[in-house]
Design a protein around this ligand. Structure first.
Ligand SMILES: NC(=O)c1ccc[n+]([C@@H]2O[C@H](COP(=O)([O-])OP(=O)(O)OC[C@H]3O[C@@H](n4cnc5c(N)ncnc54)[C@H](OP(=O)(O)O)[C@@H]3O)[C@@H](O)[C@H]2O)c1
Length: 332
């Protein structure tokens, strides 16, 4: 079978290789992967920025979808023919448990014709999606979903989203399905137009207005209830400005730095709730999948690559040219 292997960190570390087809041990499921999707995390892992001590070689990517072809003797939840999606944290059943090892990082990933995964690292695919669409869910969609849940977003609430990458565009689709008003920022007017066509109510070009927090506050009515914060140190003060009293910051990324000096009084005076979010457990992924079916939500796939182009797709995500998700098709 063909697979992509990360043998060393850096631009030259990923290559397409051949290996024998695997069979399942107890508790394992073999999945014929049909599509996989790329997250910013996969780029950081490949470069050695995420964990420079990670044990290599590694099959990259946490997010994939495919069909079960074989199961270990004691596997109860899946059988051959089932259409499944990966789960990022392999044994994290629900919030009462600690997080565990993750697919495509401490454990082998899904950029392979046949992936061997523990039963606990899979869920059934939402029935309204094809393989490419379903492959985009485990990291970006689930993180956006977890943020909206943490802030208890309902009809009429205002949500601010930063940029038009994977998490933000899922945030837009979910928030609109919940009946919320959405303000979204981008460095590109063209991407803002695309976000508007998906229902975004307020649009801000954060390159033209680096002080966008106050504009987001105004466009949200009396300040937003939630901002999904991906910039970290460089953008946190703008996020605080965008919120109304009792607002929520869900901090998920730090694209603009990790060390920040912030005005803590703003957090106190506005009664702001600051959540650190790292994806979510498997039970939450199942709840999200039900919502996706109920509202017939289809992930936005901007770029599709062939298997052979996988290494370039992983390295290319850092350019930020995409809108929504990047998918690698293993079946064409
Ligand atoms: N904590 C978690 O569980 C979790 C899960 C998923 C992702 N993340 C993190 O969240 C971040 C985004 O993930 P993603 O998958 O959505 O990435 P992505 O698809 O690569 O999105 C990147 C986009 O972010 C926007 N961006 C970059 N810098 C920005 C800034 N200063 N202000 C506003 N927007 C900015 C850009 O949008 P425009 O091109 O429109 O300007 C860029 O295209 C990454 O840091 C990732 O590691 C964390």
């Amino acid at each position: 079978m063909k697979l992509v292997e990360l043998a060393s960190f850096g631009d030259q570390g990923l290559s397409l290789i051949e290996r024998g087809q695997p069979s399942p041990c107890l508790g394992e499921v073999v999945v014929k992967i049909k599509a996989a999707s790329v997250n910013y995390r996969d780029f950081m892992i490949a470069q050695g920025f995420y964990n420079p001590n990670l044990s290599l070689p590694l099959i990259p990517l946490s997010d994939g979808a495919g069909e079960v072809v074989e199961v270990g003797n004691d596997v109860k939840s899946f059988e051959p023919g089932d259409k499944v999606c990966s789960v990022l944290f392999q044994n994290w059943h629900d919030y009462s448990q600690p997080r565990s090892i993750s697919t495509g990082c401490e454990a082998a990933g899904v950029l392979t014709e046949y992936a061997v995964l523990p039963e606990s690292a899979l869920v059934k695919m939402p029935s309204n999606l094809n393989f490419a669409e379903a492959s985009t869910l485990p990291c970006a969609a689930l993180t956006a979903w977890a943020c909206l849940q943490a802030a208890d977003i309902h009809k009429g609430d205002a949500v601010v989203l930063m940029g038009t990458g994977g998490v933000s565009i899922f945030g837009l689709q979910f928030a609109k399905a919940l009946g919320a008003n959405v303000v979204i920022t981008s460095s590109s007017d063209e991407k803002l137009k695309r976000a508007e066509s998906l229902g975004a109510d307020g649009l801000i070009n954060y390159k033209e207005n680096p002080d966008w927090g106050k504009q987001a506050f105004a466009l949200s009515g009396d300040g937003a209830k939630l901002i999904i914060e991906i910039g970290g140190a460089g953008t946190l003060m703008q996020s605080i400005d965008s919120l109304g009293t009792d607002g929520h910051i869900c901090l998920i990324g730090a694209l603009q730095g990790i060390n920040s000096e912030i005005n803590l009084l703003q957090i106190v005076f506005k009664n702001i709730h600051l959540h650190g979010i790292t994806v979510a457990p498997r039970e939450t992924q199942k709840q999200m999948n039900e919502f996706i079916v109920q509202h017939d939500i289809h992930p936005v796939i901007d770029q599709e690559f062939d298997f052979e182009e996988g290494p370039g797709a992983i390295l290319g995500i850092a350019a930020g040219n995409h809108f929504g998700k990047i998918v690698i098709n293993l079946d064409r």
